[in-house]
Structure formats: C-alpha cells, structure tokens
Design a protein around this ligand. Structure first.
Ligand SMILES: [Zn+2]
Length: 312
C-alpha cells in the first residue's frame, strides 16, 4: 500500500509526493466515486515548457469526483529541479529526463527521478498524456502525437484524434521518452507539443486543458461528449539536426508548406560564412523550428512533417 492506493473514493486535491530523496513533486489527484481506470497526465518533464504545467494547474475545477469514474493523477512539474532552474535538462547531472525512462533507481538524480515516476505512476496507469512544448530553444506547431499506425483500430491514434488539435504527428519511437516507454509496455499513450520559445501560450493552456478533458471522456473516465470530427492533418517525420554550431537563420516560418529541396535554414560560422544549409527532405509542413538563435551541432534544427494517409 502507498499513497496512491490509499486515496479514498471522492478525493480531490494536491499531494506532495516525495518521488526520490532529492525530488518532491506536487501532484493533483482526483479519485471518482466510481471505480475505473487510472489516467496519468504529465507535464514539465522538460523544465522550460509552460503550457502543460499551466493547463494542469487549471484542471481541478473541471474534475468533480462525483462525475469521475476512476482516477486522474496530474503531475504538472514532473522534473522539479529543471523547472526551478528553467532548463530543459536536469541542472545537476545534465541529463534529459525525456530520454531516461524507465530510469534506474540507483543512478543519478535524473535516472532516479525517471525510475520513481515510472515505477510509482506509469506502471499503474492505463492511459498517459505527456504534455510538452518547444521550451526555450524550439517552437512547435500545436500537434498531438501518437504511436503506431494512423488507423482507427489503433487506440493511441484514436486518443490523439480525440485530443482535438488540428494536426497529428506519428511520433518517432524514441527510446527513453516517457510516452514511448509507456506505449511499449502496452499503455495507451500520447504526447503533445504546443508553441514554445520560452513563452506561455494562453491558447495552449486552453487547448491542452480541453484536450485532456476530451481524452478523459473518450476513455470513459468522464461522461461522453461529442468528439471533434473535423478534418485533421496527420504527419510523419523527425527533426533534422544541426551539423555545425553558430547562428541559426530560418528561411521558413512555422506552418509553412514547403517543397522538397527548398532551403529551410542556414547556420552561420564566426565570420558569417554559411556553415550549413538545411534543405527540406520532402514536400511537407514545417512542424517545428529552432527558436533560440545560437545553435550547436546535434541540436534540433527543423522538423518537416510529411502528410500521411489515414485509415479512419
Ligand atoms: Zn519537451
């Protein structure tokens, strides 16, 4: 037995969870009067992203326990040290929590944090929504990501559609990513991205909150609502990386439709010379862009999404 199992039916409130010896996480928990599945909503896995945390701060009034079947656990600042430092990476060991799951209980600060979140929360969850944004250094078109094929018999794809953003992204199955590791273990998992550049988008807070509530209805933790049935664009693709360090100059804007081979960005060296030109690998849409002007080799540069055919 532990704090999560001991939550009484009808509980709604914030708990301070001592996840590891050096990480306390504020967690909002709501357990319905009726039993049901467990939905875990995480944000702040990267400490410089704000739409997800703010959406979860605003969630409690929308979750009355008498209307909930099952349990919702929301962790708005899943990486508290990085959140306090305002950084993507953990300030002590420099690791990326979003590449560290399922973690190691005897490892560094980030590895122990990942292990605690995975063992205590993820393994018990039926559903996972992991909210991100571009953070300080990147900016994303609002997209909700799914794993597997864009087919109506894929529950991750169906959940992403239910979330209600106009663009869907087939997430690359990257080891160590929270939603990917959950999906590999049979959880129904999605991950979302919304703007970034170190700012807080009010639209992002609203759309993320509405997306969570729509998924909770879709998963029958809340009463059903009419799901959005409008057309969605479904994309595949992954980030192109910088091969050089210097000033990143974008020649495209977020959301632009681009043709294969067109120059999307350049990286200038210390004499202003072009160190690298980044060309579009396909016809597609600019889903993500470097926002911080200085870029280092191996940083993400541009993400072009290529349209996918969907079945349903
Ligand atoms: Zn992130």
């Amino acid at each position: 037995m532990d704090w999560l199992e001991e939550l009484p039916a009808g509980f709604s409130g914030w708990c301070t969870w001592q996840a590891t010896t050096d990480a306390q996480i504020e967690v909002f928990c709501c357990r319905g009067h009726s039993p049901g599945p467990l939905a875990l909503i995480t944000a702040g896995v990267h400490g410089d992203e704000y739409e997800g945390p703010a959406a979860l701060f605003s969630l409690p009034p929308f979750l009355p326990p008498d209307r909930l079947k099952g349990t919702v656990v929301a962790a708005p600042t899943a990486n508290p040290a990085a959140f306090a430092a305002g950084t993507r990476l953990h300030p002590e060991d420099g690791l990326n929590l979003a590449r560290t799951f399922p973690g190691n209980a005897r490892g560094s600060s980030t590895e122990r944090l990942a292990a605690a979140i995975f063992e205590s929360l993820v393994t018990r969850a039926d559903y996972l929504v992991d909210l991100h944004s571009g953070g300080v250094e990147y900016v994303f078109l609002p997209v909700v990501g799914f794993y597997g094929l864009p087919n109506c018999d894929n529950p991750s794809f169906r959940a992403a559609r239910a979330f209600g953003l106009p663009a869907l992204w087939q997430l690359p199955p990257t080891d160590g990513v929270l939603s990917c590791e959950a999906w590999k273990r049979g959880k129904i998992a999605i991950g979302a991205e919304y703007r970034g550049a170190g700012q807080l988008s009010g639209d992002g807070v609203r759309d993320y909150r509405n997306g969570i509530l729509a998924c909770l209805s879709h998963w029958a933790l809340l009463a059903p609502t009419s799901e959005k049935t409008g057309a969605v664009d479904v994309f595949e693709g992954d980030w192109m990386l910088a091969a050089a360090s210097g000033i990143f100059t974008a020649h495209c804007r977020l959301g632009d439709a681009v043709r294969k081979g067109v120059t999307l960005a350049a990286i200038m060296g210390n004499r202003g010379e072009v160190q690298q030109q980044i060309a579009s690998p396909c016809d597609g849409v600019v889903l993500g862009l470097r926002s911080k002007a200085y870029i280092r080799a191996a940083n993400w540069a541009v993400l072009v999404g290529k349209s996918m055919e969907t079945n349903g």
